[in-house]
Design a protein around this ligand. Sequence first.
Ligand code: 13P
Ligand code: SF4
Length: 338
Amino acid sequence: MEIPGDSETQIGQRLMPRLTSSCPVPVPMSAVNALGAAIEKLKRDRNAVILAHYYQEPEIQDIADFTGDSLELSRQAAKTDADVIVFCGVHFMAETAKILSPQKTVLLPDLDAGCSLADDCPADEFASFRDQHPDHFVVSYINCTAAVKAQSDLICTSSNAVNLVQQLPEDRPVIFAPDQNLGRWVQRQTGRNLTLWQGSCIVHETFSEEAVLKLKLEHPDAEVIAHPECQENLLELADFIGSTSKLLSYTESSQSETFIVLTEPGILHQMKQRVPEKNLYDVPGIDGCSCNECPYMRLNTLQKLHDCLENLEPAIEMEEELLHKALQPIQRMLDMSR
Ligand code: 13P
Ligand code: SF4
């Protein structure tokens, strides 16, 4: 399999066009308030729940009924009694919600909100990879398509990956897909030798080691906290590594007053609310730009959230058979991570 560009220049080139096209246009406060009121009314009329990932625009996080990491959002999708789930996140997250609640209408404000990790792992190529390792147990990170989930034995998220892999029989070889950076981190944490698919996140691969070291020089007492999708050289600089929710709670529990945050800066919105007295620094990309926002997550806007609630589309639609096959490994994850 050919791995997409892995030099710093190639990563910059891979990321820039999409970031440029997704730059949000500032919306006046009065318009935000009016949209917010209209969304609240539609939400009541539709008996809808709004779930939002921490990488969404602040105004979307603020209007959501629940914000969380991938695991928490999946749990919410599985247990909600709303008729409509509006998933303010990316496609694989909305798809997971549909798999867990197939009888509900699941809306994604912008259907183009994908994920480079899911794109890096086409289902047919993954099937050939599995065929080359027929004795392997297949663990897939939730950042993949339903068609890849359907070929997996177990799904994990960044918050439970280490714990789940530790529960697998020691003598069973394991495929881990699609994120090679998360996979390597799980290997180091568990001591397990994993057969890794070579996917990566375009956002977490753009963080600059030089920028972290510069921030460390400016703020020597700061703790570096990182998402495990970051490359190994960045993770080596980290004092704490975890999912978005774990990073958030670490800023509360740590004695430190200052944090250098190595993940998508959308999370800073929640951190600023939970620890307003602390100093938080996000990290620019490799070429010094501040384009460290996920270009897919940021496709969702308050206006698109309003419109999808009004029109009840775009909705996630899936074949019955795929829904059924993809559910098994997700349900196993939820059962094993109780
Ligand atoms: P979390 O599950 O840690 O929120 O991560 C989701 C994600 O897409 C990170 O890039
Ligand atoms: Fe996918 Fe990376 Fe965006 Fe997360 S930050 S949704 S892994 S592209």
